[in-house]
Each structure stands twice: as C-alpha cells, then as structure tokens.
Design a protein around this ligand. Structure first.
Ligand code: ADP
Ligand code: ZN
Ligand code: MG
Length: 492
C-alpha cells in the first residue's frame, strides 16, 4: 500500500472550483436519562454501569420514549427556526457494530421531528442563512476503544454507557461554500443549542459531533459534484483543516483527469489528511422500517406552544437588538452573545443603569479582565449585574469619576460589597465641591513656580504636569475634565 500523500491542488486550480458543503451534526440532548429507558445519561461513569435490558438490546425489552428528551429535541428545532411536525415516526436503521447491541439504531427516517430551519452566518457579503434540512431524534451507540489499554494490541473494549443516549441529528442543506462558512455554521449551531438549554455541546465529551459532506464543482456549473463524507471531526479546528485538505484533494484529482469516488473518509489529524474508509452506503443498505415497538410521536399544539413561549431570544436576535436598539458595535454585540449567561448579565446591567454603551464598555472591558484574571465564568461573577449597574450610575451622576470607578470595581470583585459601601468605608467620592477643588489647584500652582513660568512662557505641555499633580492631591477624586478647565483659566 502506498503511503505517499495524494497530490494537492495549486492555488490557481483551486480558484477554478467552488466547494459545496453540508454538515450532519449530532447533538447529545442534556436529558437526565436516556431516550428509551431510565438509565442515567451521564458522562464519565465507570464503563458499563449505566445500562439495562432496554439499552443493552435484550430480547423482549421494550423502549419507552422519554418525554424530556423529546422536549429538548423540540427546543433544538425551535432554536434553529424549524417547523416541528405534529406527527413523526421512529424507524429502525439496521447495521451491525460491536457497540450497537440491538443490531439497529432507533432513528427517524421519512417523517422526522422537524424540517426547514436555518442558521445565520456572517460572510464578507453580509449575513447568510444556511438551510437546516431536517432534525430528527435517535438513540446513540456505545463507544469502542481501540487504544489506550495495556493489551490494546490484541483487544478492543466496548463501553455501553452511551448506548441509548438521546441525540438530535441536524442535517444542513448543501448551502455552505467554504471551510470558513462550515466553521461558522457549526459555531452558530452550538451557540443556539446552548442558548436554548438543549446541550452543553462539549466536543471533548462527544456531545457535539459533526460529519462533513463536501464536493467541488467548476465555477459556473449548476450541478453539484460527487460528494465525500468525512467522519471523525472532533474539533472545530479539525473540521476546517479536513475540509481544506479534502477540497484540495478533490480539485487535484479532477484536474488530473480523475473522478471523485462517493465514499466515506476519515480525517487523520496527525497526517492532516483524509483517508478512505469505505464506499458510501445507500439508504436501502440500512433496510429502514417503522419501529414496531414505538407509537408514532404526536406533538400536541398546546405543548408545542408552551415550549415556544419558554424559548429565550436567540443570539442573532440579540445581536440585532444590541447593534440596532442599543447602538453597539458589531464586534461588541458578538462578544456579548458568546454565551446566554453573558448576554443575560449584560442585559441586566443595561436595565440597572439605562446606558447600554457604558454597560458594554464595563462588561467587555474591566469586568472581563477581572474574570479572565481568575479564570471565572460570568455565571460565577462575584459582582451581580445590579451592582455593576449601580457603579455605572454613580459615574453618570458625577459621584464617582471614571478613574475612581475603575479602582472600586476590583474591590467589589474581591469583597463582594457594593460600590457605595466601599466608597463610604474608604472615603472615596468625586469632588463635587468646586470651592475645595479650586483651593487645591491654587496650592498646586503655588508649589510649582518653575512649571508655572514654563507654562506662561508658551510650553503648554506643562498642563499635563499640573493635571497630574492635582489628581494626585485629590487622590483621583476630581473630575479630570473639570480640573483641566479650571487650570486653564487659572494659569493664563
Ligand atoms: P445521503 O443520502 O447520501 O446521506 P443526503 O441527501 O442525506 O445524502 O445529504 C447528506 C448531507 O450531505 C447533507 O448535509 C447535505 O447537505 C449534504 N450534501 C448533499 N449533496 C451534497 C453535495 N453534492 N455536495 C456536498 N454536500 C452535499
Ligand atoms: Zn438502559
Ligand atoms: Mg444521510
């Protein structure tokens, strides 16, 4: 067998082609128990402890659909703007694998839970909606380990704890046109799942998994080329790298007169290559048929509407509000919607102080730095949003200068006290008494005759020196703008 890397396309050759990509994403639903039995749906338990006759596929054991898992599936569908079908049907997908004890997966085939949604991504040409073709429910398989054990050269191990975990499979339309768009689609999808409280989407724990379908076509050609499915993409970075490689491989193949074979390939991150795994199976290979042990799933209108009513605003909606109504920069809107907790926190600060720009400034600036410094998530922030709002209000009202507020926030972070409590304890407040400020300025001028002479001699840069001295004498409590103004009058 040749181990030589396949030829890659030149940049000129790549220019001639357009990639076409569609993703199939598996999201493990964060239900407490599995989809068809009462076993715990948890990560990290000792192997083969969360199992029962149902998920082990014992003859005669019957599945019972977990309502909580269906509800999470519906939330996932609504988060992706899908139409939820009132009537959907479970189907057996038959195949053999050591980590699939039943000998079939219970999935949905021609009547999935939901269809026709979209995910919005940002492209250089503006926002673009990528169609979500369908979302269906299914049970997960177990996990085979082929390495990591002392005797891995002779044995493989199977852990069936994951067998029967609830999954939503989300299939996109082939609407993605570059590895970067695919990366963004997956990022937005993950964010939507997190906002909707469907899944933590932790790729390391395997509760977000992605297969990529990719083909290339000459620019201007309307028909799609033959697609290849890439498996084993267990990080966002690998998704991008695998697509970059695979696009190049396909273009080089076509340019040298070859044809792309419809197949399933595996991404190898060490080689940064995709390797042929098997020729692609067709749907009829799975001998799908309606699951005889489960009734069709009927989603009642009232239930659906109550779930819809409990959905939070999705990230793209929040971003539109933040840039539109609040006048924030696109970048800040992006940062502030990085998680639902952060977006909620920010909104609570805005509510408390009524100034969205100031709130964005503090949340993405000083507060973010303090959180980063202690590797804290916003959910564990020791400063509640109402208190940050109060701090901002104190600046707005002139009771604190920006400089003082910057000093107080870390203290609030440490002591969990309010800004007012710290101000009172430490005697910190903006100097509102104009008479007192004037007195201090007079003292500073009198104490620095040389600088005064320089200033009057035309060296206006000495102004900075005087402002610094006054700020020092007032322990930062004076408003710098007021100081400059007063100084300018007194010095000339
Ligand atoms: P299959 O029946 O082979 O599984 P599907 O029609 O179910 O194919 O599509 C699977 C995934 O492949 C979807 O995400 C779809 O968007 C994507 N896809 C379909 N055709 C192409 C193509 N020619 N190039 C790239 N992706 C494609
Ligand atoms: Zn079980
Ligand atoms: Mg398919």
């Amino acid at each position: 067998m040749s181990t030589a890397a396949p030829p890659l396309a030149t940049p000129e050759q790549l220019e001639l082609y357009e990639p076409v990509i569609g993703l199939e994403v598996h999201v493990q639903l964060g239900a407490r128990t599995k989809i068809f039995c009462g076993c715990l749906n948890e990560f990290g338990a000792s192997p083969n402890t969360n199992v029962c006759p149902v998920c082990l596929g014992m003859p005669g054991a019957l599945p019972v659909l977990n309502r909580a898992a269906v509800e999470l599936g519906i939330r996932a569908a609504l988060a992706l703007h899908c139409e939820v079908r009132r009537h959907s049907v479970f189907a057996r997908k038959n195949y053999f694998y050591p980590d699939l004890p039943k000998g079939y997966q219970i999935s949905q085939y021609d009547q999935p839970l939901a269809e026709n949604g979209w995910v919005e991504i940002q492209t250089p040409a503006g926002p673009k909606r990528i169609g979500v073709h369908r979302l269906h429910l299914e049970d997960d398989a177990g996990k085979s380990s082929h390495e990591g054990y002392r005797d891995s050269d002779r044995f493989s191990y199977v852990d069936l704890n994951r067998t029967g975990s609830p999954l939503a499979e989300i299939v996109s339309e082939p609407g993605l046109r570059s590895p970067d768009e695919a990366y963004q689609y997956l990022t937005e999808l993950k964010l939507a799942m997190q906002f909707a409280g469907v899944s933590s989407c932790d790729m390391e724990k395997g509760n977000l998994r992605c297969d990529a379908n990719v083909s290339v076509r000459r620019r201007g050609v309307p028909e799609f080329g033959t697609k290849v499915e890439i498996k084993n993409l267990n990080s966002f970075r690998f998704l991008r790298q695998a697509l970059i490689f695979e696009i190049s491989r396909q273009v080089a193949l076509l340019e040298s007169g070859g044809r792309v074979a419809q197949e399933t390939r595996l991404y190898d991150p060490d080689l940064d290559e995709t390797l042929s795994m098997r020729s692609k199976e067709e749907a009829h290979d799975y001998r799908y048929f309606p699951e005889p042990d489960l009734l069709p799933l009927e989603v009642g209108g009232e239930w659906l509407e109550s779930i819809r009513a409990s959905m939070p605003a999705m990230p793209e909606e929040l971003r539109r509000r933040f840039t539109g109504e609040y006048g924030l920069r696109e970048y800040d809107a992006q940062v502030l919607t990085a998680s639902r907790e952060l977006a909620d926190y920010f909104e609570a600060v805005v509510k408390a102080c009524g100034d969205a720009r100031a709130a964005a400034h503090w949340v993405t600036g000083d507060l973010a730095a303090l959180l980063n410094g202690q590797s804290l998530d916003i959910a564990l922030c020791p400063v509640p949003p109402e208190r940050l709002g109060e701090l901002i209000t104190l600046v707005q009202k002139g009771e604190l200068t920006g400089k003082l507020a910057k000093e107080i926030l870390p203290k609030m972070f440490e002591s969990r006290e309010s800004a007012r409590a710290i101000m009172e304890r430490e005697g910190l407040r903006a100097m509102s008494d104009a008479g007192e400020l004037e007195r201090i300025i007079d003292q500073v001028i009198a104490a620095n005759p040389k600088q005064l002479e320089q200033y009057r001699g035309g060296k206006t840069s000495v102004m900075q020196f005087f402002v610094g001295q006054v700020m020092k004498a007032t322990r930062g409590q004076a408003n710098p703008a007021a100081v400059s103004e007063l100084l300018r009058r007194k010095l000339s």
